[in-house]
Design a protein around this ligand. Sequence first.
Ligand SMILES: Nc1ncnc2c1ncn2[C@@H]1O[C@H](COP(=O)(O)OP(=O)(O)O)[C@@H](O)[C@H]1O
Ligand SMILES: [Mg+2]
Length: 299
Amino acid sequence: MRIGLIAASEERAMTGMSDLRSAIKRHGHVPCEFLVDRAGVRMGNGKVSVFASADMHGITEEKLDGALLRNIGIVKDYEQLGQRIWTLRSLEICGTYVMNNVMPWLSASDKFSTLVTLSEAGLPVPDTVSSEDFFAGYRATREFKSSVIKPLRSGLGLGVFKVDDPDVAMHIFSYFVNVNKPIYVQRFLEKKGGGDYRIIVVGDKVIGAEFRKGKTWKSNISQGGVPRKAKINGEMSELAIKATKAMGLDFAGIDMVETKDGYYILETNPTVGWSGFKSVTGVDPAEHIVSHLISKLKA
Ligand SMILES: Nc1ncnc2c1ncn2[C@@H]1O[C@H](COP(=O)(O)OP(=O)(O)O)[C@@H](O)[C@H]1O
Ligand SMILES: [Mg+2]
């Protein structure tokens, strides 16, 4: 079978790609790079077809049995986001099983959408307010005392910051509003052990977990966090599996923290990197993800 690896040109070498490529080959299938910013879709005559690239020789239609969605690049514009997302939806419409499915992937890539969906499913998330009204943000920072402000779409802990003074927050929010940025404020959580858990779920199974102890209150590896293999209990494992299901994902890296009041889910990463995870747990997520995709394709 032909299995696509979906990325944007500028992020085609993203971590995890070579592990996935090796796993696809090990299973006897063919990995094919699919660059979403170079692809296109043709519609008309009752038909939709996706082409990988249009060149002087015309249109080469892309036929992929399955595909793994890694990234859609750095999107700077609403229409560009639409172009990339609908190109991938078209792949699905043409019969390619895209893992994770495009719409759940998009939803899980957004922190606001994730927390709303998890809350709807009755899963524990931190107290959070999302709004374009800076008074709403201000009131939240007064109530929370210590707050974490985040972009709706971020990774590696970049752009995530802590504010203890509501007036400082108010001033920052007024700038956000001027550049049309929504305000996303979360109650700061005191984490047991000074870090968080990353639990990787593939299908309906936890394949492993790591604990990342932060150098600061952020525990992202890219911010100096140090990973170690973690043993998780039944409750954590159940929460991680339920969160993955609630988001409609085939696989996910669930970020969870433990506080004196219990567990909270911070994120359900639908792309999930695994270099630290692989080295401390000895588990290769690529192998599990590719096996899961192939079993879906054969079903
Ligand atoms: N509400 C919070 N309270 C305390 N720490 C937090 C909170 N939210 C996030 N963090 C810490 O900040 C880091 C980055 O936050 P996260 O929401 O995971 O964003 P990113 O997508 O950038 O990784 C995480 O490692 C987490 O431990
Ligand atoms: Mg995170």
